[in-house]
Design a protein. Structure first.
Length: 223
């Protein structure tokens, strides 16, 4: 449950987004979306300490050193998929044509079979979208399947790399955050540190004793 674990680490630790993304096997932008509450669904955090995957000592090491890589105590049991198409929740199924159209437009080298396994659909549907004969083609808008929650960024990147290698073309690279990756991480880290300082200042202000009120004849008369 990588997304739920990432949600707990974001809410309960000061680990960097890169550390959380690497530990949970997610893309850094997925962790950022969880932190900003812009993920498709509200996640219930999963405590990796109670699950015996992390220790508090390991988390402390990570909080003290942003370059430290968290080490899992034991790996979660691998979920083995049975044969057949990928299961997609009912709430996401209407988004499949948009995700298929996005892959066809941006990565035409990916085969229909590979798209079907990634999205969890049939070759007939994919072919209909390719030929623009789909019954709802007028309302299909190409959208990133990762943003739609139909697959993870890692799954999509791996599929694109395999298809590019098989087709003998250069593997496309995601340059969306190459230029400002460090600046983005630093900005997000500064925001979290500022929020922590503000919370600490507010707590100290509440705990500070009230200044004594000097009693004078005028003040007593006003009371």
């Amino acid at each position: 449950m990588p997304h739920a674990t990432a949600s707990w680490l974001v809410d309960n630790t000061s680990l960097s987004f890169e550390q959380i993304a690497e530990f949970c096997g997610l893309h850094i932008l997925e962790v950022q979306a969880i932190a900003d509450d812009t993920a498709a669904t509200k996640l219930t955090g999963r405590d990796p300490v109670r699950a015996h995957e992390l220790t508090m000592e390991e988390i402390e090491k990570g909080q003290q050193d942003p370059n430290y890589t968290l080490k899992m105590q034991k790996g979660p049991e691998q979920v083995r998929r049975t044969k057949g198409p990928r299961y997609t929740p009912v709430s996401k199924r209407q988004d499949k044509p948009d995700g298929i159209a996005w892959i066809i437009r941006n990565h035409p080298e990916i085969s229909d079979g590979a798209i079907g396994k990634l999205i969890g659909t049939t070759r007939t549907t994919i072919q209909a979208i390719r030929e623009r004969s789909h019954w709802n083609i007028a309302n299909i808008i190409p959208k990133d399947p990762v943003t739609l929650g139909l697959c993870s960024q890692r799954e999509l990147d791996a599929l694109v790399a395999r298809a590019a290698k098989k087709a003998g073309i250069e593997t496309p690279t995601d340059s969306r955050i190459d230029g400002d990756r460090a600046a983005l991480i630093e900005e997000l880290r500064a925001e979290r540190e500022a929020a922590a300082r503000d919370a600490e200042a507010a707590l100290n202000a509440e705990e500070a004793p009230a200044a004594p009120v000097e009693l004078t004849r005028d003040s007593l008369f006003k009371r």
